[in-house]
Design a protein around this ligand. Structure first.
Ligand SMILES: [Zn+2]
Length: 331
């Protein structure tokens, strides 16, 4: 469960109960003065237990530990609210910190997917079936972080963190979230990837508002990382890997296929994002769209909206409001 990756740098698997991802990789760097933990797990008892026993095994004193969080998702950020002590610095990025501060409200998300054609009866079940919402207070989905208690130290592109004999450079990689930020150690040639590139999972690129073009940002972030000189990728889930350029090409290919599929679906007539999602091919173990659990339909719709936004910004498709639904058509 604990693996020494390089001198003083360990990979710790934190279990994620009820998540298809199974576990989160938390990276621990031991140093004489202050230790660093990169990503933490959900704010749940099971994660806390695994983290504390791992730290004990490594003889890491939590009171002398700082944190780096790659992005705001609760499996990366959540547990930091239980781990941070008065002396801890929590390194984070501005866009995701702003998102947490603004609050994430289920009603806003529901309103948005309703506009995109999500059926009313299925929407009614979302607040108690959606795995991400189940463990949060209903009104403000603030990722279990008590924002009054958590002070982030904001880092940006090019900023560095020196620890033990590692000097990590911050690499902004927006896409999976708006503020997603990786760490690159140019001397050791290691890349802490968060959820930007994973070995055998495709990171989801979702859009649940109209505020930005996450797929464009993601593809640009992939190109940026393609140019680095990397010997080992330390991802947020599953095993470490070396073939990052191949993975980046696969991920780009995957999104291009999705874009092509949407164009071909829209070639047969205008549709809502939900209708388009229902006709796309998803890599999931259900025989038909109707059998998808509602949360899966929700994610598929969000993923489809991200691709639609990209095509819209490129001028390939357009949208209009018809009977209080957003409908897409080829341009
Ligand atoms: Zn994530």
């Amino acid at each position: 469960m604990i693996e020494e990756i390089l001198t003083n740098l360990y990979k710790m698997e934190i279990p994620l109960p009820q998540s298809p991802l199974k576990s989160l990789n938390s990276y621990v760097i031991k140093a004489l003065d202050r230790n660093l933990i990169i990503d933490t797990g959900m704010n749940r008892e099971e994660c806390l237990k695994a983290m504390m026993s791992g730290l004990m095994e490594l003889a890491v004193d939590i009171r002398k530990t700082d944190f780096y969080i790659t992005h705001l998702h609760p499996d990366h950020l959540g547990l930091v609210s239980s781990l941070a002590t008065d002396s801890s610095t929590i390194h984070f990025n501005q866009p995701d910190a702003d998102r947490i501060k603004a609050g994430i409200f289920l009603d806003d998300l529901i309103g948005f997917v309703r506009l995109n054609g999500f059926p009313e009866d299925e929407l009614q079940t979302i607040s108690y079936t959606h795995p991400v919402f189940k463990y949060r207070p209903k009104e403000n989905l603030d990722f279990h972080v008590l924002k009054e208690n958590l002070d982030f130290h904001v880092l940006k592109e090019g900023d560095t963190i020196s620890i033990s004999d590692y000097i990590f450079n911050c690499v902004e990689t927006p896409g999976h979230t708006k503020g997603h930020m990786c760490l690159y150690e140019p001397n050791k040639k290691i890349f802490v990837a968060g959820d930007h590139i994973l070995s055998d999972i495709t990171p989801n690129i979702l859009l649940m508002s109209d505020e930005w073009d996450p797929l464009k940002a993601y593809l640009e972030s992939l190109d940026k990382v393609y140019g680095l000189d990397i010997e080992l990728v330390l991802p947020g889930h599953r095993g470490t890997f070396t073939n990052w350029r191949e993975r980046i090409q696969e991920l780009k290919h995957h999104h291009q296929e999705r874009l092509d599929e949407i164009i071909s679906i829209l070639g047969k007539g205008m549709k809502s994002a939900f209708q388009i999602a229902s006709q796309m091919s998803w890599d999931i173990l259900y025989d038909s769209w109707d059998l998808f659990p509602v949360p899966q339909k929700w994610f598929a719709t969000g993923e489809t909206i991200a691709h639609l936004k990209y095509l819209e910004e490129k001028g390939i498709i357009k949208k209009e409001m018809i009977e209080q639904r957003i409908i897409y058509a080829l341009n």
